[in-house]
Design a protein around this ligand. Structure first.
Ligand SMILES: O=C(O)c1cc(=O)[nH]c(=O)n1[C@@H]1O[C@H](COP(=O)(O)O)[C@@H](O)[C@H]1O
Length: 276
C-alpha cells in the first residue's frame, strides 16, 4: 500500500513531483545538489557560469536525487541571468526533480503569477515558499495542476530562525503551525504536495519528533556545518532531500564536483541507515 504522503495519480498522467522524487531517492539516495553559481568565481562572465553549470549537471547527475537552483544567484545577474536559469533547468534530465528555490510569499492574486513563472517558464517540479502570509497565500500553488511540490519554510538553517520560528504560539512552536499547513493540505487532497524546509543546523530529535511524517528539504550540510548525526535518531518515512550547494559546486583543491557529490551522497546514506 502507498504511504499516506504519496499522492495517487492516473497512470496516463505524467509523474507528480512526489512520484518522481520517490523513484529518484530509491535509485540514488537523498542528495539534493544546490545550483548557486557565484559569477565572481567565473571571471564575472555569464557564459562561463553557464558552461560550468552545464558540465556540472552532467557530471553530478548520477548522484542527484534533485537539483535545487536558487533563483537569487541568477536574478542578481539581470535579464541574462534569468535567461540562463531557463536554459540551465532545461539541461536537467527529466527524471531528476527540479526544486526551484524562490521562497515566494504574497497575496493569492500575485502568487498566481509567481506560480506561472515557476512552473511554466522555469519548469519547476517543486518550489520553496514562505508561509508567513498564511494559508490563503499558498493556495494558488496548492491548486496548481500537475502534482507539484511545495516546501514551506518551517525552521530555517540561519541563527535568526529563533526570532520567530521557535516562538510558542497557542501552546506550540510556530514551526509546528507551518507543519499543520502540510497536514491540512493533505487532508483536503489538494493537487500539490506540501513538504517543509528544516535546516540541518536545527534538525534535532526535539524538532523532528514534533513534525509528523512530511517530506523535508534539509539544507545546511557542508559550508554551514550542519551535522548529519542529528537525523540518525528519527525514523522518517517520507522521501527527504538533504541539500549541499557550495560544498559541491565549489569543491576544495584537487576535488571535482562529482567527487564531492559522491562523497556527500555516501555520507548521507550512512547517516540515514542509522535511523532508528
Ligand atoms: O530554502 C532553502 O533552500 C534554504 C533554507 C534554509 O533554511 N537555509 C538555506 O541555506 N537554504 C538555501 O540552501 C542553500 C545552502 O547553500 P550552501 O550553504 O552553500 O550549501 C542556499 O541556496 C540557501 O539559500
Amino acid at each position: 500500500m502507498r504511504p499516506s504522503w504519496f499522492k495517487t495519480s492516473r497512470s496516463d498522467l505524467p509523474m507528480t513531483f512526489l512520484e518522481k522524487l520517490t523513484a529518484r531517492t530509491a535509485a540514488v539516495g537523498n542528495l539534493c545538489i544546490g545550483l548557486d553559481p557565484r559569477v565572481e568565481n567565473h571571471h564575472n562572465r555569464i557564459n562561463e557560469v553557464e558552461d560550468y553549470l552545464v558540465r556540472l549537471i552532467e557530471d553530478t547527475a548520477p548522484h542527484a536525487a534533485a537539483f535545487k537552483p536558487n533563483s537569487a544567484y541568477f536574478e542578481s545577474l539581470g535579464s541574462e541571468g534569468f535567461a540562463m536559469l531557463e536554459r540551465t533547468v532545461a539541461r536537467i534530465p527529466s527524471e531528476i526533480p527540479i526544486v526551484l528555490d524562490v521562497k515566494r510569499s504574497d497575496i493569492g492574486e500575485t502568487q498566481r503569477r509567481y506560480a506561472i513563472a515557476c512552473f511554466e517558464h522555469l519548469r519547476a517540479d517543486a518550489v520553496t515558499l514562505n508561509p508567513f502570509m498564511g494559508y490563503d497565500s499558498i493556495e494558488p500553488f496548492l491548486d496548481y495542476p500537475g502534482g507539484k511540490g511545495l516546501y514551506l519554510l518551517a525552521l530555517t538553517s540561519n541563527s535568526g530562525s529563533a526570532d520567530f520560528q521557535r516562538l510558542e504560539v497557542a501552546g506550540e512552536p510556530l514551526y509546528q503551525k507551518v507543519a499543520s499547513f502540510a497536514e491540512r493540505a493533505r487532508s483536503q487532497n489538494r493537487p500539490s504536495s506540501v513538504g517543509l524546509v528544516v535546516g540541518l543546523t536545527n534538525a534535532g530529535t526535539d524538532v523532528l519528533e514534533r513534525i509528523p511524517d512530511i517530506p523535508l528539504l534539509i539544507p545546511g550540510l557542508g559550508a554551514q556545518g550542519g551535522d548529519l548525526a542529528s537525523l540518525a535518531s528519527s525514523n522518517r518515512l517520507a522521501p527527504n532531500l538533504i541539500n549541499v550547494s557550495r560544498g559541491i559546486i565549489y569543491p576544495g583543491e584537487g576535488k571535482t564536483p562529482a567527487d564531492m557529490a559522491e562523497h556527500y551522497r555516501q555520507e548521507i546514506a550512512t547517516a540515514l541507515s542509522k535511523q532508528s
